[in-house]
Write a protein that binds this ligand. Structure first.
Ligand code: C2E
Ligand code: MG
Ligand code: MG
Ligand code: MG
Length: 282
């Protein structure tokens, strides 16, 4: 009885696993095709100064327009890209495309704009051939130091500490800043904040979401912000959706904010309309 049950269950899981691996294989093939067909593009979400509500930087966010699947969100394909190694080509596209866009906008709108780029932990832990050319590419764009930052998640800091900190050091040597993304959701010890040269922390959306709920949530955010400031880090709050959240964060001295309250991730055209409207006010 138990044995046959066990066998059935094994069959069930095995079938399920098979399905999953077929689906993953299909997705991998599609991703490879997407690179050839240039189906990836970037959207740009504004990050604003919480004191003035002015746009100071964009976060580049990748999008995939698949011919039949439609618009595929990054959470649905980045993990597969990481497993298959295709993240190397995708990451290269993101890095170069966002730097070109930044350089173009800075000169076109003569603004002191910055750009934030998400980099996969896989690329930091195992630097690939593309990355060798990144610094040359960066310097060709003639961007001021500090105008580009890389967003990394804290989980990567747990493992590979040596190689990652070496990588980050090289980026910082070339004037690229580092932001710790989704801060507060990972397992990393606070000591990493001191040991690694980090410029920004991005308070995770889940903390911002609960901000108006009670004193405990407020205290937590306030503590994170003041700790960050003591360590000379700038703080970006992500996922701000209400003015109440923005006001609370501002009262705690949070430097920058990002979220649907200000703007969703924008197409190039919409981002340019925003830049044009801001430069009139300058
Ligand atoms: P992330 O870096 O933490 O990016 C923030 C995510 O929150 C984005 O989702 C953004 O659209 C969303 N968001 C922003 N404001 C709000 C808000 O007010 N409310 C809510 N509910 N959501 C908000 P998206 O674009 O789907 O990206 C998801 C994740 O995929 C990113 O999280 C990042 O980890 C990854 N990702 C995105 N683009 C890239 C990329 O170019 N390279 C790599 N390696 N990862 C990327
Ligand atoms: Mg990010
Ligand atoms: Mg984030
Ligand atoms: Mg996130």
């Amino acid at each position: 009885e138990a044995k046959s049950k066990g066998r059935n269950r094994w069959c069930f899981f095995s079938f399920d696993l098979h399905q999953k691996s077929v689906a993953r294989q299909n997705l991998t093939n599609d991703l490879r095709q997407a690179l050839l067909n240039k189906e990836f593009f970037l959207q740009y979400q504004p990050i604003v100064d919480l004191k003035t509500n002015r746009l100071v930087k964009f976060e580049a966010l990748i999008r995939w327009q698949h011919p039949t699947r439609g618009l595929v969100p990054p959470d649905a394909f980045i993990p597969v890209a990481e497993e298959s190694g295709l993240i190397s080509d995708i990451g290269d596209f993101v890095f170069k495309q966002s730097l070109l866009q930044l350089a173009k906008w800075r000169s076109q709108f003569s603004v002191d704009l910055m750009m934030s780029i998400n980099i996969s932990p896989y690329q930091l832990a195992a630097p690939d051939l593309h990355m060798v050319g990144w610094f040359d590419f960066l310097h060709k764009q003639d961007l001021p130091r500090g105008s580009v930052s890389l967003e990394i998640t804290e989980n990567i800091l747990m493992h590979h500490t040596e190689i990652v900190s070496e990588q980050l050091l090289a980026f910082r040597d070339h004037g690229i800043n580092v932001a710790l993304d989704d801060f507060g959701t990972g397992y990393s010890a606070l000591s990493y904040l001191n040991r690694l040269d980090i410029d920004y922390i991005k308070i995770d959306r889940s903390f911002v979401k609960d901000l108006a709920d009670g004193a405990m949530e407020k205290d937590l955010c306030e503590a994170i912000i003041s700790m960050a400031h003591k360590l000379n880090l700038k703080v970006i709050a992500e996922g701000i959706e209400t003015t109440e959240q923005a006001n609370i964060l501002q009262s705690f001295g949070c430097d920058l904010g990002q979220g649907y309250l200000f703007a969703k991730p924008l197409s190039v055209e919409d981002a340019e309309a925003l830049l044009a409207s801001q430069s009139i006010n300058q």
